[in-house]
Ligand binder design. Sequence first.
Ligand SMILES: Cc1cc2nc3c(=O)[nH]c(=O)nc-3n(C[C@H](O)[C@H](O)[C@H](O)COP(=O)(O)OP(=O)(O)OC[C@H]3O[C@@H](n4cnc5c(N)ncnc54)[C@H](O)[C@@H]3O)c2cc1C
Length: 416
Amino acid sequence: MAGRRRPRSRALSEPLVIVGNGMAAARLVDELVKTSLGRYAIAVIGEEPRLAYNRVLLSSVLAGETASHDIELRSADWFRDRGVTLKYGCRATEIDVGRRELKIAGDESIEFSRLVLATGSSPLRLNVPGADLQGVHTFRDTRDVDLLLTLAARKKPVVVVGGGLLGLEAAYGLAKTGTPVTLLHLMDRLMERQLDAAAADLLKTLVERKGIKVMLNANTARIVGETAVEGVELTDGTLIHADAVVLAAGIRPNTALARDAGLSVNRGVLVDDAMQTSASDIFALGECAEHRGICYGLVEPAYEQASVLAGHLAGRSAAYKGSVVATNLKVSGVSVFSAGDFLGADGSEAILLSDVKRGTYKKLVISDGRLTGAVLIGDTADALWYLEMIRARKTIAAIRKDMMFGRALAVQAKAA
Ligand SMILES: Cc1cc2nc3c(=O)[nH]c(=O)nc-3n(C[C@H](O)[C@H](O)[C@H](O)COP(=O)(O)OP(=O)(O)OC[C@H]3O[C@@H](n4cnc5c(N)ncnc54)[C@H](O)[C@@H]3O)c2cc1C
């Protein structure tokens, strides 16, 4: 068809197989077609029965703000036009490292010269009695969201376990439909990995204003019910009536394929700065990978890794040195942003602005004359500006006195 790019003859191309058709895989393909179209015959093997989609937007789908079919990252035509073979609804079951073969459920196998693992993570199931009862859900993929939407339509009480980003977004999506929601969190504050105590307190107040009941220090002892969920019992004996439970209490990298193949695995599949695993020509990226002791649970690091890996596969020298991560709640009805050293390490100082009545909180952490962390609640308009400053590690002396009041004022004052 006119205007379509033709891949070079596949006979000359090396077979590059990507396991997983999620966000990291999709970005890697995007990068590879820019840098190495024709060098590799790319095949993507994905277990989910649909094209790669923007998983981050599942929260918006649950909250009724986006349609499920609108979150696809690329069309089937896009892949086909670039000569990428897509197999979805197929689970890769085994890597034969010596023979350079990947086995796929149903006895098929596919040869590779380079293999990339982009298998993501799975939600943690709670290790408590009742965790397998009917009515216990997770929040990871389209199928989960379809089930949660059915649940929301019934408007029966639901307990969400986990007061991190996922749990808050699940709770909000359900509460928005009129479902009575109780959010249980094991720790003494919400989003403890992203927020300091004052910010978490304010977030709790704002979330409760949305009609969500929040219980902190809430340790689930068991999920109660005969065959289906009837409630949740906490270790202090408190019983909360519920018709369903949503588990959003963490994720575990999908490493079984790598581990069974004899690759080095810790929490995630171990990779070096070129995203290479312990086996040559086998790489890993995204949530399944562990780099310098860190398994990232966010999309931005996966995209940075995809860019480095594509460079490496294109023959350029490229190294991934780790990411400065930022988190923002998209659909809690409350704007929240956190990046970098949000607590403030020893020797750092913090500039604070807190207005509980208006629902705003701002904390900027400064160390060695540089912005090293930020927490914003309520007004997050300048979040990206702060994030760029944290990443650039530039000195902030010229704007320090005004930076708390936002980009517009600080830039104006600097120019004056
Ligand atoms: C509801 C929700 C909201 C989120 N919000 C944010 C956010 O606001 N910001 C943010 O940065 N991140 C967010 N995340 C996290 C973000 O989606 C992930 O970090 C990102 O998707 C990771 O990409 P990945 O490709 O590593 O894994 P995934 O996107 O999970 O893709 C992995 C794919 O591999 C497939 N797979 C696994 N094993 C096999 C196998 N053996 N064979 C074939 N296929 C296999 C899986 O089925 C899956 O499709 C959110 C996640 C969820 C669930």
